[in-house]
Design a protein around this ligand. Structure first.
Ligand code: NAD
Length: 482
């Protein structure tokens, strides 16, 4: 049964309101492409109202700014409890609107709850420092919340990314305006209602659905916004950095794409490496920025590995994401499905060998078979561009040194992984690979304390962990004459 759609309006200053233009847009389920709701379509005028509410809530005399930091932590903890209370509904709605399989939606929500609890315990531990004195002044630093933050979300992990960005900003004491992705506008509204229920004061959190060039761009150009945190494509990330330069030099955190290398050494345990490598690229139908979309396998185990990888890919059950037995669901929409199928065609044309999959499944919804290519070379489009779909590209290598050079030969640098039983291989690779996160004999393993982000064009700054929390603060030095 379809989950109930409880909220479709904008959330501004703790009120549910229509867009000023009165416009709405349709949102779909990727399972069959049918419309599931009409959602208020915010634009510049609505962003202006939301930023004004967030600015009022950030005034030095506001309830939020006067609040003890530990009380902020209590509100976040209550929010995490409410997320757990409503976990079933949240997972069903995420699955319905996004196509994420139910089990993965539950895993993401569990991870998000962990992040909130970690941040709840950090809120009252943001402190300044005393500075060695020159005898004439006593100096100390204050770490203060940066101000109104614009948080722009992608469609691929709507709940997880909302929670990670919003609760980090709130733990630091900021106020926020969130612009969810146009493909997945619904769960952000439910989370806003839960934060209000947890006791967040008026105006601290505002959610404005709408499109990138309208609501998104207005937020990034707004001169009362002190920081933008964005997750999405490199192309839009670059526009956001320009918008910062063209407005008030707002701080910018960017979490962008990836073309992550995963290295399988001859000495790896194949029983472990094969399923991990498959999950690393097929998880959520390949729609994760850290997908291990370049799988480098050392020549000594190449044939054995490929045989097992194909068998694994063929065993993945693709189907309705709300069916608890399904392992892979549909791509987010028709456009993304066609883009992925286009990459598969390019792979074939450029000489990669298709060993399994490669086709759309059925004619309703946006399902693609888990696909495995071998004989992939570094110059092929499927080895260079982010596919964001269930396509495993297997490349052969001889030495670790060669693998490191080839792993780094990309403009991206988000994540990387290695499977090996030789500690030296693991340490050499971890030291030299250009990536924000390196996994050894595991992949996709996150904890709330780990900072996450990219080298090179994969982004600027970090999400999660203390690095991210402190990036929502400014350091102020105070010097007092002695
Ligand atoms: P996208 O860049 O098209 O859109 C992301 C968000 O930006 C949406 O909310 C959109 O409305 C908004 N937007 C679009 N144009 C804008 C503009 N001019 N100004 C302001 N906002 C604008 O990306 P997508 O299609 O939603 O997501 C897929 C991409 O995101 C992939 O490249 C993926 O790798 C990347 N991604 C990265 C991470 C990460 O953490 N590094 C996580 C998830 C997704």
């Amino acid at each position: 049964m379809a989950p109930e759609i409880k909220y479709t309006k904008l959330f501004i200053d703790n009120e549910w309101v229509d867009a000023k233009s009165g416009k709405t847009f349709e949102t779909y389920t990727p399972h069959d492409g049918s419309v599931i709701a009409k959602v208020a379509e915010g634009d510049k005028e609505d962003i202006d109202l939301a930023v004004a509410a967030a600015k009022r809530a950030f005034h030095r005399n506001s309830e939020w700014r006067q609040m003890d930091a530990s009380k902020r932590g209590e509100i976040l903890r209550k929010f995490s409890d409410l997320m757990e209370r409503d976990q079933k509904y949240l997972a069903e709605l995420e699955s319905y609107n996004n196509g994420m399989v139910l089990a993965h939606a539950k895993t993401f929500i569990g991870g998000a709850v962990g992040i909130v609890r970690y941040l709840a315990s950090c809120a009252d531990k943001i402190t300044g420092e005393t500075i060695p004195s020159d005898g004439e002044v006593f100096s100390y630093t204050l770490r203060q919340p940066i101000g109104v933050c614009g948080l722009i979300l992608p469609w691929n992990g709507p709940i997880f990314i909302f929670v990670s960005k919003v609760t980090t900003a709130l733990a630091a004491g900021c106020t926020v305006v969130v612009k969810p992705a146009e493909q997945t506008p619904l769960t952000a509204l439910v989370l806003a209602a839960l934060l209000a229920e947890a006791g967040l004061p008026k105006g601290v959190l505002n959610v404005v659905n709408g499109f990138g060039p309208g609501a998104g761009s207005s937020l990034t150009h707004h001169s009362d916004v002190a920081k933008v945190s964005f997750t999405g494509s490199v192309e839009v990330g670059k526009l956001i950095q320009q918008a910062s330069g063209n407005s008030n030099l707002k701080r910018v955190t960017l979490e962008l794409g990836g073309k992550s290398p995963l290295i399988i050494m001859n000495d790896a345990d194949l029983n472990v490496a094969v399923p991990y490598a498959a999950n690393a690229v097929f998880f959520h139908q390949g729609q994760i920025c850290i997908a291990a979309s370049r799988l480098f396998v050392q020549s000594g185990i190449y044939d054995k590995f490929v045989e097992a990888a194909v068998k694994y890919a063929q065993s993945i059950k693709v189907g309705n994401p709300t069916d608890p037995t399904t392992q892979n669901g549909p791509q987010i929409d028709e456009e993304m499905m066609n883009k992925v199928l286009g990459y598969i065609e390019k792979g074939k044309k450029e000489g990669a060998k298709l060993l399994c999959g490669g086709k759309r499944i059925g004619t309703s919804g946006y399902y693609i078979q888990p696909t495995v290519f071998v004989n992939v070379t570094d110059d092929m489009t499927i080895a260079k561009e982010e596919i964001f779909g269930p396509v495993q590209s297997i490349l052969k290598f001889e030495t670790l040194d060669e693998a490191i050079d080839r792993a780094n030969a990309t403009n991206y640098g988000l994540a990387a992984g290695i499977f090996t039983t030789d500690l030296n291989n693991a340490l050499q690779f971890s030291k030299h690979v250009e990536a924000g996160t390196v996994w050894v004999n595991t992949y996709l393993h996150f904890t709330p304390q780990q900072p996450f982000g990219g080298f090179k064009e994969s982004g600027i700054g970090r999400e999660n962990g203390l690095d991210s929390l402190l990036a929502y603060t400014e350091v102020k030095t105070v010097a007092v004459a002695l």
